[in-house]
Design a protein around this ligand. Sequence first.
Ligand code: ATP
Ligand code: MG
Length: 373
Amino acid sequence: MHIYKVGGAVRDRLLGRPVSDVDWLVVGATVEDMHAQGFRPVGADFPVFIHPKTGEEYALARTERKSGRGYGGFTFHASPEVTLEEDLIRRDLTINAMAEDAQGNLLDPYNGKADLENRILRHVSPAFAEDPLRVLRVARFAARYAPLGFNVADDTLALMRQLSVSGELQALTAERAWKEIERALMESQPQVFIEVLRDCGALHELMPELDGSSQALAPLRQAAEHDQSLPVRWACLMLAIHDTTQINAVNQRFKAPRDCQELAGLVGDCLPLADRARELEPSALLALLQKFDVYRRPQRFEEFIAACQMAAFARGARSYAQADYLRGAASKARGVDVKPLVARGLTGQALGEALKAERLHVLAQHKATASCV
Ligand code: ATP
Ligand code: MG
C-alpha cells in the first residue's frame, strides 16, 4: 500500500499558501485492508475513509466513467490495480493533479508544476467534460488565484464553452452549484469568477438575468476589497440584475440561504431610498427602518448599509455619508422607550400610535441635526 498527499495541499504548499485540509490517496489497497488498519468508511459505497486519529480523508485510487447525465451519472472503479497516474487523470486541473510521497517527492505526471509556475489553469484530460461542476470550479480557482496572475488556458476555456452550450450545466443540482458560488464569492476577486463564467458562456446558462460587465460587477469587487460578509457580497452581485422579480428567481434557482436571499431582495428594493436617506421625510425614513425590522434585526440593517456603501464606492464615491445617517436614525428609533408610554396607561392601538409619533419626533430631530452639520 502506498499513501500520497494529493490535491489542494500539494498545490498550495508549492504556491507557498496556507494549507487548510489535506487529502490523501491510497494506492494498492483494498477496502478490507483499510478496515484492518482501523479506517472508517465515509459512506457505504464510496471508496473514501477517515483516519482513526487525524480525521483526515483517505481515498482509494479509483477511475471514473460517466454513465449518465448529471452528477449521479458516474460509476467508480476502485481497486488495488488502479495506479497513481490513473487516479490523477480523472482530476479537474493539472495543478490539482499532483501527488507527494512520504519522502516529500513530487509525482507530477500531468505537468502541474510547470502550469503552476506559468500561472495556468489547465484541464488534465478530455474527461474534464464529464462533470459540469468543473466549469464552476475552474472559475472559482481563477477568482482565488487571480492576484497571483493565473489565467484559464485557451483550450480549457474552449472545453468549458462546449460544456456550457451543450446544456449540461442544467443538470447541476442547486446545492452543488451554490456551494461553488458561495466559496467563489468569498475569494479575494469574486468578480473574476463571474467574468470567467461569462467568457465561457456559462453565465448565460446559469444566470441569464445578470449583467456580467465589469461595471455591473464593480459593487461585488468593492465588497471583496472591503472584506464584506457573504450576504453583502451576494446582494452586491445581485445589483447586476436590475429587476427584483429576477433577483428572486435567481435566489430560488440556487436555493441561496435565507439571509442572502433576504438581503439581496431588500437591497434591490431599497438602495435608492438609502442613497437619498438625508432627504427623506421622517415618515419615509421610519417606514424604511420598519421594513428592515431594525428593532429586532440590527445586523441585517448594517449589512444593507454596507451593500449600499459598496455600490456607492463602485460609482466612484470616496465616502458615503448616508451610512452614518442611517445608523444614527436606526439607533434613535431603537432608543425610544415604550415604558413611559405604558406608564401613561396607553395600550393597543393607542400605544402603537404614540410609539410611532415618538419615533417620528426623534427622526425629525435627527434630520434637523444632520442638516446643521
Ligand atoms: P480547496 O483548497 O478549495 O479545498 P482542493 O483542490 O483541495 O481545493 P477539493 O474540493 O478539496 O479541492 O478536492 C480535492 C481534489 O479532488 C482536487 O484538488 C481535485 O484534484 C479533485 N476534485 C475535486 N472535485 C473534483 C471534480 N468535480 N472533478 C475533478 N476533480 C475534482
Ligand atoms: Mg481540499
